[in-house]
Write a protein that binds this ligand. Structure first.
Ligand SMILES: Nc1ncnc2c1ncn2[C@@H]1O[C@H](COP(=O)(O)OP(=O)(O)OP(=O)(O)O)[C@@H](O)[C@H]1O
Length: 237
């Protein structure tokens, strides 16, 4: 397993946001972390990315424990945050080069990887444009390209389609499923059931606890995922 979360708990004062959460995400699989608003998805991402330190439980990324080997764990991880994080005054290429430099990549290696990443996302001709000039879908693609530059084993995305139109949402969802099919470990947090395919691995998080986990199609069976989600959480997707 390239991502393993064991008995993770976290509270904001008296408010318990995560309660003994355990799950694994495997290489070559798209794992959807599905939960209604307030389920604890963002809290979990803050712990996975080292923004918060978990007082209870364990996170292991590609064999590296976040508590004892945080640098190695973080180096094995690519992250697309819910909030946009591009520098809007820099070009696409400058944004990517800056990130590559932070990861210690030489300019030559960085430029080769940037070109390949932009080609894959059909964005090569936008490389010189300021991030400000891009629409939401292209900004997200740039963030995705950036998250992969250091060739992580695990890709984490926190509600990456928020604010995108239907076409951009579909394109990025398909692209990330392809990345998983190519061998990457993907953890995709969402509250939107139409982003989850029957063959995906699904973790249902509700009120800080894992409510169900398994292959999505096996969990919801003949019932549409949206209806299954409603019966298990009492909240519409
Ligand atoms: N800074 C905070 N202080 C107190 N409670 C918080 C804080 N941040 C989150 N919470 C609470 O912790 C719980 C989990 O919140 P979290 O933001 O992780 O959920 P989420 O699934 O990401 O929801 P959303 O999709 O709305 O971001 C919620 O009940 C929320 O109200």
């Amino acid at each position: 397993m390239s991502l393993s979360v064991q008995e993770l708990s976290f509270s904001y004062g008296a408010k318990r946001a995560l309660d003994a959460v355990s799950f694994e995400a495997a290489p070559g699989r798209f794992t959807a972390l599905l939960g209604p608003n307030g389920a604890g998805k963002s809290t979990l991402f803050s712990l996975l990315t080292g923004l918060f330190v978990a007082p209870l439980g364990r996170i292991v990324v590609a064999g590296h424990d976040m508590a004892s080997a945080p640098r190695a764990a973080l180096a094995a991880m690519g992250v697309v945050f819910q909030q946009p994080t591009l520098d809007l005054d820099l070009s696409v290429r400058q944004n990517l080069r800056y990130f590559a430099a932070l990861h210690g990549l030489s300019a030559r290696v960085a430029d080769a990887r940037i070109d390949a990443a932009l080609d894959r996302l059909d964005m090569r001709e936008r490389a010189g444009e300021k991030a400000r000039a891009l629409n939401g879908g292209h900004r997200r693609r740039t963030e995705l390209a950036r998250a992969l530059l250091h060739e992580p084993r695990v890709l984490l995305l926190d509600e990456p389609t928020v604010g995108l139109d239907a076409a951009a949402r579909a394109a990025i969802t398909v692209h990330v499923h392809d990345l998983a099919a190519g061998g990457l470990t993907v953890l995709w947090a969402t509250h939107l059931t139409d982003e989850v395919l029957p063959d995906d691995d699904l973790i249902l998080l509700h009120r800080g606890k894992i409510e169900a986990a398994g292959r999505a199609g096996d969990l919801h069976g003949a019932m549409p995922l949206k209806d299954w989600f409603l019966t298990r959480t009492g909240e519409p997707a």
